[in-house]
Design a protein around this ligand. Structure first.
Ligand SMILES: [Zn+2]
Length: 308
């Protein structure tokens, strides 16, 4: 998807539909009902009698458009706004609040809120391969989101928000020069962290952590386990550092406190998905990132309602 803000697909629904069809159907349309992709058995509805972008499948006699089976299905939001929102969210380094999106798209807050969360959902990969491997280093680190109660605005105290009551522990695994996964965890303990580490990191990797006891046993399951002693200000010793993971956390914190101010605990995993996506696609151009989001819309529908 061209990332130029003048991109006509961001302003013209017909162009937006064509762009989305080109992204989702590079080899021509396929029927989401029966899987038919034989172009001779698919006909496009032409003329004013048909809904725009409607196709007919001769195999199952079904009808479909490019949004069937995606987060956009039955959405009343114009396709051009969907694509513009994907571009804006994919391109913003520090994240984008629903309020910002509301202003930039000229939609209601509720609409912007839905767009934000659906696009976050589209950023979530369907499968995630293990991090690391032979000769690779994977850093594991945890951090806490949420500030001290007394520093909060009175109205924000004691609410179940990140930035409100209680710090929420977040755990991140980062392959050095590679991908990253992060998780909202119940607590920082070996029992909680071990399954996440062994399920997501190849045992052939070197594991790099701080000296916390939570990593002591699981570290033995890996080819190597090196630790950094943060308490003695020993942050960097040759290859032994967890700065990559710390860099991830500082980016996330800037997004929480700078852009969103506070986020609800219930939605924290969706924000983590967004930040993982941003990190994992950091070498892509904005347009390539927006295309990935548009491809990720398949089979993801949200059922929950806004909380405010
Ligand atoms: Zn069909």
């Amino acid at each position: 998807m061209a990332s130029d803000l003048q991109n006509q697909a961001f302003h013209d629904d017909r162009k937006a539909r064509e762009a989305l069809e080109a992204i989702r159907w590079p080899d021509g349309p396929y029927c989401p009902h029966c899987g038919n992709s034989n172009q001779e058995k698919i006909a496009k509805g032409e003329g004013k009698a048909h809904r725009p972008g409607l196709y007919y499948c001769a195999e199952c006699n079904g009808q479909f458009t490019v949004t069937v089976g995606t987060v956009m299905e039955r959405s009343k939001i114009p396709l051009s706004k969907w694509l513009f929102a994907m571009h804006l969210m994919g391109a913003s380094k520090k994240g984008m609040s629903a309020l910002q999106l509301q202003r930039m798209l000229g939609v209601t807050y509720k609409t912007a809120w839905f767009l934000c969360h659906r696009i976050r959902e589209a950023m979530t990969p369907k499968t995630r391969g293990p991090l690391g491997g032979e000769g690779k280093i994977v850093e594991a680190d945890e951090s806490h989101f949420g500030g001290k109660e007394k520093n909060k605005h009175v109205g924000k105290r004691n609410k179940k928000n990140i930035g409100g009551k209680g710090k929420q522990p977040v755990f991140a695994l980062v392959e050095r020069d590679g991908m990253s996964h992060s998780f909202h965890i119940a607590n920082v303990s070996g029992k909680t962290l071990r399954p996440l580490i062994v399920e997501n990191v190849s045992r052939k990797s070197s594991l790099m952590t701080d000296e916390g006891g939570q990593y002591y046993h699981v570290g033995k399951e890996f080819a190597r386990h090196e630790t950094v002693n943060h308490s003695e200000d020993e942050y960097v010793r040759g290859n032994a550092y967890t700065n990559t993971a710390e860099c991830r956390f500082s980016l996330m914190k800037r997004a929480v406190y700078g852009t969103h101010h506070s986020i609800s605990e219930a939605h924290l995993p969706r924000y983590l998905n967004e930040w993982d996506f941003k990190w994992n696609t950091r070498k892509l151009k904005d347009g390539e990132r927006a295309t990935l989001i548009a491809k990720g819309i398949e089979g993801k529908r949200l059922t929950y309602r806004p909380t405010h």
